[in-house]
Design a protein around this ligand. Structure first.
Ligand SMILES: [Zn+2]
Length: 345
């Protein structure tokens, strides 16, 4: 069976791409079932790289995956053949200083699927450490399980914010990550979330997720004025900056309440400025996240219990044989699409 290979910028092919992957004692082999298309996959396709990561040799795309265990290493005790699973795509060096301190996601040695030169998971099977492979309850579908990876970003952001029951949040940016962050903020206890964007289609999808989400189109409305009016001049306890846009990112303190927290989630293309004076008069806490750590089992639990419903975010599914077409569609950023997925046979 074939793999989806990014040969070079703007050139994808579905072809045989044998990878010799021995099964270590603590590894499992997984038959891949569903893979979500991420903005980063699309960016590698359209630009041939992201920042310092340049595609210099053919690379298999995909990092948001679920599947079924087909083989287990000799020392694996937590999984067995036939288990349905999802996988955390970043594998750190377990002995690194960052990993030993519990910050394995920012271990400089982390190897992450579909980040050159590491191959992704749009292929028939992968070998993965059992420690980064998570069993699914029967009521979590493969499609939902392939949403755990993006959801993990939102859950990690809400964790960093230390959301308290009844907090009010602002999420800037209604793309896939903004939407999972809004859902995570609500699941963490927020009473209300304001969601801003420039695109009405994205905001409509956000508004439909929960009656606790109020959307604001910043091309027509003054978000800060609306939020201050709705909160009797106090502002929001948490701001999640998910747009990565310099102007939005520069205004993160405007609607923040005294003592509030800002979490930067969206990755800016260029360095940007924010108003430190506004942060100081609020004694704002400012956090950054990079991917996630320790949250995959929590995400599976939130989906299984119904505390978070990711199904409305899965807007289109392609068969694996159509995956080149799927990326061509994704590259046009079609309106109304949140998460497109590819299903393997
Ligand atoms: Zn992703």
């Amino acid at each position: 069976m074939k793999s989806l290979v990014l040969e070079e910028k703007l050139k994808l092919s579905l072809r045989d791409f044998p990878i010799d992957e021995p099964l270590g004692p603590r590894d499992v082999r997984i038959g891949i079932h569903t893979v979500g298309i991420c903005g980063s996959d699309v960016h590698y396709y359209t630009h041939g790289g992201i920042g310092q990561f340049i595609v210099k040799a053919p690379m298999i795309l995909g990092h948001e995956a679920s599947g079924t265990v087909t083989e287990v290493g000799a020392d694996v005790t937590n999984l067995k053949v036939g288990d349905r699973v999802c996988m955390e795509p970043g594998i750190p060096d377990p002995n690194s200083r960052a990993s030993r301190l519990g910050m394995y996601n920012i271990d400089p040695a982390v190897r992450f699927w579909a980040t050159p030169p590491v191959h992704g998971c749009l292929r028939p099977s992968v070998v993965h450490p059992a420690d980064y492979t998570f069993k699914l309850p029967d009521n979590v579908s493969f499609a939902e399980a392939a949403m755990v990876e993006p959801l993990a970003v939102g859950v990690h952001a809400a964790t960093k914010a230390k959301v308290k029951p009844g907090d009010v949040a602002l999420v800037q940016g209604a793309g896939p990550i903004g939407l999972v962050t809004a859902l995570s903020a609500l699941a963490a206890g927020c009473a209300h979330v304001f969601l801003t964007d420039v695109d009405d289609t994205k905001l409509e999808i956000g508004a439909a997720l929960s009656r606790a989400i109020t959307t604001i189109n910043i091309t027509r409305q003054d978000a800060t004025a609306e939020i201050l009016k709705a909160t009797e001049g106090w502002g929001v306890e948490c701001v999640f900056e998910c747009s990565g846009h310099p102007r939005a990112a520069g205004q993160v303190f405007d609607a923040l309440c005294p003592g509030g927290v800002v979490v930067f989630v969206g990755i800016p293309v260029e360095p940007f400025h924010y108003d430190l004076g506004k942060a100081m008069v609020r004694e704002a806490r400012v956090e950054q996240i990079f991917r996630y750590a320790h949250v995959f089992p929590r995400c599976v639990g939130l989906i299984a219990s119904g505390a978070i419903d990711v199904k409305p975010l899965i807007t289109r599914t392609f068969a694996f044989q159509d995956s080149v077409h799927a990326f061509e569609v994704a590259a046009t950023a079609p309106k109304g699409q949140v998460k497109m997925q590819i299903e393997l046979p």
